[in-house]
Write a protein that binds this ligand. Structure first.
Ligand SMILES: NC(=O)c1ccc[n+]([C@@H]2O[C@H](COP(=O)([O-])OP(=O)(O)OC[C@H]3O[C@@H](n4cnc5c(N)ncnc54)[C@H](O)[C@@H]3O)[C@@H](O)[C@H]2O)c1
Length: 263
């Protein structure tokens, strides 16, 4: 599918992998609606990108009403520009590490679990759910009669979650698992679904990681021996949008790394 002259929604587009995706879509001639939490950060991102092809809409993806308001504003902007909706990149995500039994011998607090599931799983599904009625109305394009693409973000933690990652791994495993049924639900509308499962990438999320943890992870990397760059993630998103044969799949983007149990 062509990126040029279409509008893509990027949740979590104010930072890290989402922001790199925004840059890549803009460079390919698309418009981008960034949905993220912080209006001030959004304003400074739009100042850097310029307002003609990118807009920021405040949204908390764990809140249905908040998404609904951003959907309304995005669709209004699309009407003004005439650049049809082309897809959704659900890159908003959070991680709150916690071992299932804490140091006092208590089971972990379910608030943290609900928070991670609420943003990563509920948020991704609800975001797609609310944009899809608009996407399936778009005029189909090309010989395949394609309407659009959903790009979801899983993680290496879906397959080799580390200690303290029960919540995060559960959320990213859910994203990997729902990729195929979502694809099957949407095939008749000409909408594809591609999930990307990165390992360690430089971003706001991994900047919080201690030097010790980062150094241990670098020891188990196969090749190349470094963290991924956000633009390398964004290039896969671009391919996911452009290449119509990519559908119903989870692409590991990890340099061959398998996360170890002990660090
Ligand atoms: N960086 C990595 O190594 C890595 C590895 C695997 C998967 N991921 C996944 O990639 C995605 C992007 O993460 P990142 O590494 O770029 O992190 P990041 O922290 O740099 O960016 C995440 C963005 O999501 C936004 N966000 C968080 N909660 C939100 C909410 N409720 N509503 C709307 N926006 C919200 C944040 O404000 C932020 O802008 C996440 O789903 C993350 O789990 C990252």
């Amino acid at each position: 599918m062509k990126i040029q002259d279409r509008t893509f929604v990027v949740s979590g587009g104010a930072s890290g992998l989402g922001l790199a995706t925004v840059h890549t879509i803009l460079a390919a001639g698309g418009n981008v609606a960034i949905l993220d939490l912080n209006a001030d950060t959004g304003a400074s991102v739009i100042q850097q990108l310029g307002p003609s092809h990118a807009r920021f809409f405040t949204a908390d993806v764990s809140d249905t009403d908040s998404i609904a308001s951003a959907v309304k504003d995005t669709i209004q902007w699309i009407k003004e520009t005439g650049k049809e909706l082309g897809g959704v990149v659900a890159a908003a995500g959070v991680s709150t590490p916690a071992k299932i039994i804490d140091r006092h011998g208590e089971g972990f607090d379910m608030t943290g679990f609900d928070f991670v599931m609420g943003v990563n799983v509920r948020g991704s599904v609800d975001l797609c759910r609310q944009f899809l009625p608009h996407l399936v109305q778009v005029e189909p394009e090309g010989e395949d009669k394609e309407r659009g693409v959903l790009v979801l973000v899983s993680s290496s933690a879906a397959f080799d979650g580390q200690p303290g990652q029960v919540s995060y791994a559960a959320s990213k495993g859910a994203i990997a698992s729902l990729t195929l049924p979502l694809t099957r639900d949407l095939a008749r509308y000409g909408v594809r679904v591609v999930t990307i499962a990165p390992s360690l990438f430089d971003s706001g999320m991994t900047a919080l990681m201690s030097d010790k943890v980062r150094a241990s992870l670098m020891k188990v990397v196969e090749f190349p021996a470094r963290a991924g760059k956000p633009e390398e993630f964004a290039r896969v998103v671009k391919e996911a949008i452009s290449n119509s044969m990519l559908n119903g799949t989870v692409i590991r983007l990890d340099g061959g790394m398998r996360m170890p149990s002990k660090m």
